[in-house]
Design a protein around this ligand. Sequence first.
Ligand SMILES: Cc1cc2nc3c(=O)[nH]c(=O)nc-3n(C[C@H](O)[C@H](O)[C@H](O)COP(=O)(O)OP(=O)(O)OC[C@H]3O[C@@H](n4cnc5c(N)ncnc54)[C@H](O)[C@@H]3O)c2cc1C
Length: 396
Amino acid sequence: MMEMTPDHQALRELAETFVKETINPNVEQWERDRQLPTRALFKQMGELGLLGINKPPAFGGLGLDYSYQAVLAESMGLVTGAGVALAVGVQTDMATPALARYGSDALREEFLRPAIAGEQIAALGVSEVGGGSDVSAIRTWARRDGDDYVVSGSKMWMTNGCQADWICALVNTREVDRARPARMPLDKSLIIIPTDRPGFSVGRKLEKMGMHCSDTAQVFFDDVRVPCRFLIGSEGRGFPYQMKQFCDERLSISLSTIAAMHDTLSRTIAYVRDRSTFGGPILSNQAVQFRLSELVAEVDILRAYAWQTVENFVRGRDVGRESAVLKLGAGRLVRRVNDQCLQLWGGMGFMDENVVARRYRDQRLISIGGGTDEVMLQIISNALGFDRMPASSESL
Ligand SMILES: Cc1cc2nc3c(=O)[nH]c(=O)nc-3n(C[C@H](O)[C@H](O)[C@H](O)COP(=O)(O)OP(=O)(O)OC[C@H]3O[C@@H](n4cnc5c(N)ncnc54)[C@H](O)[C@@H]3O)c2cc1C
């Protein structure tokens, strides 16, 4: 595991204190509201420097390597409503990495700086009704008209979608030729679409089984005009840019989830140590001890793998396969951790206010968002050189 320096420790203390003192006391209210005060929360986090840890100092970031961002992701795992961690993760690890890596200085000045300061809310627009796993099937189209792109289409399940100031959107900028899959990766571009432009609308806020405080929206683009200079990097490179941005996303989701699993297990161990049945603590049963020990051991192993991946990422290596292995592992393990821990709380486990119950609902998303378990398996299969999927799923 990577060595944690005093700077890492100081950052962890700052972030965990913020989570415990400023976020967690409000989570139940935000869950009831079905809404985060995202603007106020991000402003506070921006002032503490927490929204630009690994972003360039020239645009207000701290310029630290990804291992420090990983510390923030772990700290966000301690939030008692994963919807908050999701909103923050979108701002730091899902909607801004490509802009920070490939955006022009003018674009970064206009959109990255306010996102780092917590003055603007970012969202990521990749998935569409007809293209979630199969990203190559997206239909949203940006046609050139003079110095503008004119965007038409829609995006589905967009986190922060109701409150976002701008969207990092994956769109087609060339005729999609599904008969020639080799060309498909060059059909797409990432562009910034501000949400105050005429023709943009939020269709509806989506009701979900969990992540209640996080807003998720379907949004529409009806001939939305944006200047061509809002293109991130080069036209036609959006697909590979987004594949790399998915690595940040999958690392961040996994690190938060692993930290949350440790927290869920600690809370559960404390509960079964304290609660007695049939004349002794529930934890005195060897079956319970072994079940918890096994889960703790599996979470420990996954965390070691996560930090090995972080180290490789910091060294500039391609972690496409590792981040897929990690998210697959985190998504599957968290379902077992939450289910088995909830069982150990008995009736209390089924109560709405119980953190374990909330995580049971919220973290079901880990096997779906940022690419499903099956998409992760496809990436791993491709990395192993197994026969590829039919053309329509080549992009996985
Ligand atoms: C709460 C929430 C927040 C989200 N936030 C965002 C966001 O901010 N931005 C964004 O762009 N997206 C977001 N998403 C969308 C998410 O990334 C997609 O839902 C996800 O990628 C799956 O796509 P889909 O829903 O279209 O499923 P589908 O692609 O329809 O897949 C359905 C099922 O079939 C399986 N499947 C599909 N193809 C194959 C195959 N070839 N072989 C085997 N199995 C297959 C899938 O794994 C899945 O289990 C969010 C989703 C949710 C629920």
